[in-house]
Design a binder for this molecule. Structure first.
Ligand SMILES: Cc1cc2nc3c(=O)[nH]c(=O)nc-3n(C[C@H](O)[C@H](O)[C@H](O)COP(=O)(O)OP(=O)(O)OC[C@H]3O[C@@H](n4cnc5c(N)ncnc54)[C@H](O)[C@@H]3O)c2cc1C
Length: 595
């Protein structure tokens, strides 16, 4: 480890890995500091990447030049496009992954990346001078100078693990929590901290399961890769897939849970921070839906080597003995062998309204936060923030324009806008319903939406961009009826004639709707991007209510669009704000003329 870097990233989860690769590929000297080299890009919960709205984000990360999609293609063991029975606008790619392979591929990309140094080391403090980051202090007492810091510490800050009535400190099961860094964010950086809870299901030995009593869930044939850059034809020839299985809880399972509910850390008052409503524990499901006779569970392979199985749908904070009884009550699992018990974790996060849309903190210059530390949940949400924080830290360092995606551009734009504008009151995950323009921001057209940005910041190579331009021009020519001829597959590669045809048919299908959406988007964007001067005094706008003034002063929206999306802010408030901005601009002009 050197004494000085341009950017230091703390934490090598999915956010940290994308951030580090983006910085190094842009060309800045990058250090990735992580507590445990054996858990790089670890998936501590479900063994899958993508899914509804998340799959779209993975395609967007890929189009920007990120790593997640490509690695999923290498480590994926079962690929399925969700929502296939509905329109292509909401098709969402998902892949079961071999977790060990995923982690190994990511470490390999990092180790082989120029400008990037990964080191196993705990960061203890961030040193700030004049409200600007200047160095990171390690557990061994080294002080490493840096211009930018990106913190991506996931569930590790003050992490506390619960299994039934037992609890202990931990960032994940078997990994130490990070206490000093949380204190430093509070005391050295002056950030507010809050707490959330999440939980994970037990894992079992697949050899102890009778799969003949369960419903088999095969992958798509042929599978569709995530990455725009994967050689689809050859990949499909060699990709081996393994199925998942589906099964249900039953009356006996529910009785066991109900009888022991006070044993659960989620019900006995131990883990009392907010958890995700949309990803409820099995205890929550029994309490909230007492009339339901059964709940669906999916048995998903954790990796190919060990036959260990993840039980999707059985998130729990129950004690280990009750977990065992509950599992044995399920058909096909009568003789089940548990390999890892489910657990709940409570951790510190930084309420994300303290961030700018670039993911830099408002309080401390050159300090960026990304991933679960910002109150999100999910690998894809983490990776999406990671790549944006990485790009922006590097762009800031080299003095170039940073990237802020809008809600019309991408799900990633929606994610970050929601976080920094509305904040979170439970761990945030992406849904298609959060997208106002979901017909336009589809998984199939992520390249058309974002590859120019990936190119501008230096994450898409010349050779690849040239081929992308040929693909895009072919689409334009066919659409405008200039030419119906297509370049060969070889010229288009990794795009193809088949991809041109598919894209064209989706475009034509949605053309009318999309044009209407675009004209609405245009109307909104007229004021959406209007900047609010940083010296505008919200308190001086007498027509605003006190509550609205307080909200504006706290969130410090940068544009009218961002101000508009703050919960409780009305269109009339925006008119008042607009008038105040115009008035300020006029008086500044008047002042400068007088001088
Ligand atoms: C118990 C549990 C349940 C979960 N349940 C769900 C779920 O239901 N649904 C879902 O979508 N997602 C779930 N996840 C969330 C998913 O793990 C995260 O959203 C995602 O992995 C977060 O990525 P990240 O990069 O922000 O952080 P993480 O993947 O947590 O990575 C953090 C990294 O920071 C490192 N680190 C921490 N502190 C320091 C330090 N001081 N110095 C150096 N390195 C440090 C760690 O070693 C680690 O590499 C769960 C996670 C856990 C642990």
């Amino acid at each position: 480890m050197d004494k000085k870097y341009d950017v230091i990233i703390i934490g090598a989860g999915n956010a940290g890995c994308e951030a580090a690769l983006a910085c190094a590929r842009i060309g800045v000297k990058t250090l990735l500091m992580t507590q445990n080299m054996d858990s790089v890009a670890n998936m501590p919960c479900n063994p899958a990447i993508g899914g509804i709205a998340k799959g779209q984000m993975v395609r967007e990360i890929d189009a920007l030049g990120g790593e997640m999609g490509w690695i999923t293609d290498q480590a994926g063991i079962m690929f399925k496009v969700l929502n296939k029975s509905r329109g292509p606008a909401v098709w969402s790619p998902r892949a079961q992954c071999d977790k060990k392979l995923y982690s190994a591929y990511m470490l390999n990309s990092i180790i082989n990346q120029k400008n990037l140094h990964i080191v196993q080391m705990q960061a203890e403090r961030i040193i700030v001078k004049n409200n600007k980051v200047c160095s990171v202090v390690t557990k061994l007492g080294d002080v490493v100078e840096t211009s930018e810091v990106i913190v991506t510490t996931g569930t590790f800050l003050n992490g506390k693990i619960f299994v039934g009535k037992t609890f202990f400190d931990g960032g994940r099961f078997n990994e130490t929590s990070s206490v000093s860094l949380s204190d430093s964010l509070k005391n050295d950086c002056g950030l507010e901290i809050d707490r959330f809870t999440t939980c994970t299901p037990p894992r079992i030995n697949g050899c102890s399961v009778d799969y003949s009593k369960m419903e088999i869930q095969p992958g798509d044939n042929p599978p569709i890769p995530f990455s725009h850059f994967t050689d689809t034809v050859n990949w499909q020839k060699t990709k081996k897939q393994v199925p998942c299985h589906m099964v249900y809880t039953n009356e006996k399972t529910h009785k066991i849970i109900a009888a022991n509910i006070q044993d659960s850390s989620l019900y006995n008052g131990l883990a009392d921070a907010h958890g995700p409503r949309y990803c409820p524990s099995i205890e929550d499901k029994i309490v909230r839906y007492p009339h339901r006779e059964r709940h669906q569970l999916f048995l998903e392979p954790e990796n190919l080597a060990t036959k260990e199985i993840y039980i999707n749908g059985l998130f729990t904070g129950l004690g280990e003995e009750v977990q065992k009884q509950m599992l044995c009550s399920i058909e096909g699992m009568e003789n089940v062998v548990v390999t890892r018990y489910g657990y709940a974790i409570e951790y510190d996060y930084v309420p994300p309204t303290q961030l700018k849309p670039t993911l830099e903190t408002k309080k401390i210059e050159n300090l960026f936060l990304a991933g679960q530390i910002n109150g999100t949940t999910g690998y894809e949400e983490a990776a999406a923030q990671g790549i944006i924080a990485g790009i922006n830290a590097a762009m800031k360092f080299i003095g170039q324009e940073q990237v802020v995606l809008t809600r019309q551009d991408a799900y990633i734009g929606i994610l970050i806008d929601d976080l920094v504008t509305k904040g979170v009151d439970e761990p945030y995950r992406m849904f298609t319903s959060r997208a106002e323009y979901r017909l336009s921001i589809r998984s199939d057209n992520a390249d058309l939406r974002l590859m120019d940005i990936g190119r501008r910041v230096g994450l898409i190579s010349d050779a690849m961009y040239k081929r992308f331009e040929l693909y895009r021009q072919t689409l334009v020519d066919i659409y405008d009826k200039v030419s119906q001829e297509m370049p060969s597959d070889e010229e288009l590669f990794p795009w193809s004639q088949a991809k041109v045809q598919d894209e064209m048919s989706i475009t034509l299908k949605y053309d009318g709707y999309i044009q209407r959406q675009k004209s609405n988007a245009l109307k909104i964007s007229k004021y959406e991007n209007k900047r609010i001067p940083i010296d505008l005094d919200f308190n001086a706008i007498s027509s605003l209510s006190r509550e609205t003034k307080e909200k504006f002063a706290k969130i410090k929206p940068e544009t009218l669009g961002q101000a508009h999306r703050i919960p409780g802010v009305t269109p009339t408030d925006i008119v008042f704000l607009y008038i105040a901005i115009e008035k300020m601009a006029r008086s500044k002009k008047y002042e400068s003329q007088r001088i």
